[in-house]
Design a protein around this ligand. Structure first.
Ligand code: NDP
Length: 283
């Protein structure tokens, strides 16, 4: 039976470390790390995410503000707000909650965020630094995954890592982080054939697909470390991951649950990046 990787527990440690860092920075400078969250439209899930992020900021002693714009906001209005936040000395991190309404060009908006305040790590400049191996802001979910592996002393060097999913926010950056930590990395996606032969090679398997219970027991090698990034809701509204936890936990050596695995880590790493940004602004 697999050991559970407890994202809440790891998060508590990291958030305590962040709160100490915030205290120290406030003591040494007059800087309070500040995060601005920008939300366009009325997506209930996004509203919950933003509320949780702001609550976490407050608990860590950080400043946060929310800019809630109506769904009909024009692209230019949003770009103007981003520009204002880029130039606001009280703000060290800018988070544009996705998805944006269809009439707004997401790429254009994300590129307008200053790379120095891009605490989500989505700006191509920061993506480039990550690929180069000198990251400034590592996107939060992939960073959280690495922190969990480190916390549980899971060896990455020389291991076969398979990531299923090739998105810019999870699959691609996590593959880079594992590669830089000397794993042999394979990325699977919807055209990978046959996918189960690839996943069965994995010592470390990361599922970032967005399909409930997609990774079944027969797709996993005995003793694998399984990281479930997926957040799916079933008909009753219950959260489930991309991994069939019941079956896979019988074969894996370690596994992350959903909820309580990767999710809490994502917010922790957002705070981490905001603190790092505030520290950099004091130099
Ligand atoms: P995307 O939809 O951007 O990417 C999904 C990936 O899964 C794509 O690369 C796609 O392949 C691949 N995929 C889809 N169907 C299959 C299939 N049948 N076989 C193999 N591969 C497949 O999703 P995200 O990366 O944004 O998110 C993935 C999941 O993680 C979601 O459930 C999301 O909610 C969750 N998430 C959780 C976070 C957290 O904090 N815990 C943070 C971010 C995301 P292709 O490219 O070929 O289409």
């Amino acid at each position: 039976m697999a050991e559970i990787i407890d994202g809440k527990k790891v998060s508590e440690h990291i958030r305590a470390e962040i709160a100490q860092g915030v205290e120290k920075l406030k003591g040494e400078t007059d800087i309070t790390p500040g995060l601005a969250a920008v939300l366009v439209g009325e997506d209930p899930a996004s509203e919950i995410y933003v509320r949780n992020k702001r609550k976490a900021c407050a608990n860590a002693g950080m400043y946060s503000e929310e800019h809630k714009l109506p769904a009909k906001t024009t692209e230019q209005e949003l770009l103007n707000l981003v520009d204002r936040l880029n130039n606001d000395p009280n703000i060290h991190g800018i988070l544009v909650q996705l998805p944006l309404p269809d009439h707004i060009d997401e790429t254009k908006v994300l590129r307008a965020v200053s790379p120095l305040k891009d605490v989500d790590g989505f700006h191509p400049y920061n993506v480039g630094l990550l690929v180069e191996g000198n990251p400034r802001f590592i996107s939060c979910t992939p960073h959280g995954i690495i922190k969990m592996l480190e916390f549980y002393n899971i060896d990455i060097t020389g291991k076969e890592a398979v990531i299923v999913g090739r998105s810019n926010i999870v699959g691609k950056p996590v593959s880079m982080l594992l590669l830089h930590r000397h794993a042999t990395v394979t990325i699977g996606h919807s055209r990978t054939k046959p996918l189960d032969e690839v996943t069965k090679r994995a010592d470390i398997l990361v599922a970032a697909i967005g399909r409930a219970n997609f990774i079944t027991g027969d797709m996993v090698k005995e003793g694998a470390v399984v990281i479930d990034v997926g957040i799916n809701r079933n008909e009753e509204g219950k959260l489930t991951g991309d991994v069939d936890f019941e079956a896979v936990s019988k074969k894996a050596s370690y596994i992350t649950p959903v909820p309580g695995g990767v999710g809490p880590m994502t917010i922790s790493m957002l705070l981490w990046n905001t603190l790092e940004s505030a520290k950099a602004s004091s130099k």
